[in-house]
Design a protein around this ligand. Structure first.
Ligand code: BG6
Length: 486
């Protein structure tokens, strides 16, 4: 019988460059897609502007200024006992335009210094190569991942960082939540497809794409699969110690009722939205059900010579995913009407939701860990999980966030159950271990951090860091290797 978390379990936290670094135009960095998203809110979607508008607030431009404060932040992670720190490299710091011949030395030096700082505390960096951003120049010139040429640009970037950080980084993820490209709103955010892109990031009301745009989105996903597989192979060639994972948005969906129509619809949603990407990246080929789906959707993906072998040769070493919430799938028009256009389907009457309407479902984490592990049988990592909530700073400076502790505790308990079930879970990096910019809304107010950052939605604040109650709690959890969750 398994007894809880293994000895070398990777406890830590997760961030992404465009949501925390800032310094968007310093150190030779080029403009990325993320730099073109304005702020938004729960009710008003972020805008994407093709030009940077003077006087408009773009949260990524300063974010939480990790670029200048990483030493302080990593010291706080070390104080909590982090074994791993998930972060991403901004491609634009290394190749500002994406198609440059030579890398930007200042960008390379910055990440070297960040990784060295992690190593100083025995923190293992876990590095995402592409987290919802890419060089804007590639979008303008090539329509992002819709172009096959982008594969080579990406590989040149990968080769550079795999080589330069050979002894510093061992764990890599290729594309963050790659399966966002199975949804119409993912074309720009995940694929950098500029042509026909909507002006708003309206996740609740996905825009109606044309047949051509839909096709482009799936072709872009295919290009990312090929790029990812080639990157896996390259990482192994450069250092046999490298471990590369896929990163899938764990969009769990249950059937709303046992009506066979709901059952089939929920299964189909999982097949297309979640399994398709995992199957290609773990098993090295498109799953059996993709052909019918593509035919029915009018999607045509031409595999170039060698693509099938490339996918087979570049299977990932571990399966990582984000997990926040679940929803229900229904085929009942009345239930759908009541749900509006929730991305996760219809709400589950057995669950409560966060302030931002994300339903909280810790047991679903155990369920999906078993689902994915049962399907793939390779080591698993939960690389995002957490509660976005508003926090209050008391007059004495303390931040009491019992709701966050409750959320994290319940999910860790379920991870422990999954391990007891036999799942090979190797790590856990809750999202936004430090408050950062929300990806969907651009807010600061939607806080995930166990470290508080003094900054508001309009960009005001000292950027000072402070420890929330959850900081001390998580420190205890790590010190006890998940045994003490009180
Ligand atoms: C994941 C993304 O989808 O969810 C992160 O990988 C994101 O970038 C996180 O920040 C939480 O979502 P949000 O919209 O609340 O920031």
């Amino acid at each position: 019988m398994n007894k809880g978390f293994k000895k070398n379990f990777l406890w830590g936290g997760a961030t992404a460059a465009n949501q925390c670094e800032g310094a968007w135009n310093l150190g030779g960095k080029g403009e990325s897609t993320a730099d073109h998203f304005t702020s938004g809110s729960k009710t008003s979607p972020r805008r994407f502007t093709k030009q940077i508008e003077p006087g408009t607030y773009y949260p990524s431009h300063e974010a939480i200024d990790f670029y200048h404060r990483y030493k302080e932040d990593i010291a706080l992670f070390a104080e909590m006992g982090f074994k791993v720190f998930r972060m991403s490299i901004a491609w634009t710091r290394i190749f500002p335009n994406g198609d440059d011949r030579e890398p930007n030395q200042e960008g390379l030096a910055f990440y070297r210094s960040v990784f060295e700082e992690c190593r100083k505390y025995d923190i293992e960096p876990l590095v995402t190569l592409s987290h919802y951003e890419m060089p804007y120049h590639l979008c303008v010139e090539y329509d992002g991942w819709a172009s096959r040429k982008t594969i080579d640009f990406f590989l040149s970037y990968c080769k550079t960082v795999f080589t330069k950080y050979r002894s510093l980084v061992k764990y890599w993820l290729t594309f963050n939540e790659i399966n966002i490209l199975t949804h119409s709103f993912g074309g720009l955010m995940g694929g950098g497809i500029l042509s026909g892109a909507p002006e708003k990031l309206d996740i609740a009301n996905p825009f109606k794409e044309t047949a051509e745009q839909k096709n482009k989105r799936w072709v872009a996903l295919h290009h990312q699969f090929v790029a990812s597989a080639k990157a896996v192979k390259l990482a192994h060639q450069i250092d046999a110690e490298n471990k590369v994972g896929c990163m899938i948005a764990g969009m769990g969906s249950y059937p709303l009722t046992p009506n066979p129509d709901d059952m089939l619809a929920a299964q189909r949603s999982a097949m297309i939205g979640t399994y398709l990407c995992g199957d290609v990246m773990v098993r090295g080929q498109y799953p059996y059900f993709s052909k019918r789906y593509f035919d029915e959707q009018g999607v045509r993906i031409e595999l170039a010579d060698g693509d099938a072998e490339t996918l087979k040769d570049g299977c990932v070493d571990f399966y990582s995913f984000s997990y926040y919430t679940t929803g229900c799938i229904s085929t009942d028009p009345e239930a759908l009407k009541a749900a509006g256009n929730m991305i996760w389907g219809v709400s589950n009457p057995y669950l409560k939701a966060s302030e931002w309407g994300w339903q909280i479902d810790p047991k679903g984490l155990r369920y999906f860990l078993n689902e994915y592990y049962g399907r793939y049988g390779i080591p698993m990592m939960v690389v995002e999980n957490g509660l976005g909530a508003a926090d209050t700073v008391e007059s004495d400076g303390q931040i009491h966030d019992p709701y966050r502790i409750t959320y994290l505790r319940a999910h860790i308990e379920q991870m422990r159950e999954a391990i007891e079930d036999g799942v090979d879970l190797i790590g856990y990096t809750p999202w936004g271990c430090i408050d950062l910019v929300s990806a969907s809304t651009g807010e600061m107010h939607k806080r995930y951090g166990i470290i508080y950052v003094d900054k508001d939605n309009e960009g005001n604040g000292t950027l000072a860091r402070s420890r929330k109650d959850s900081f001390y709690w998580y420190k205890k959890v790590i010190a006890s290797n998940g045994a003490d969750l009180e």
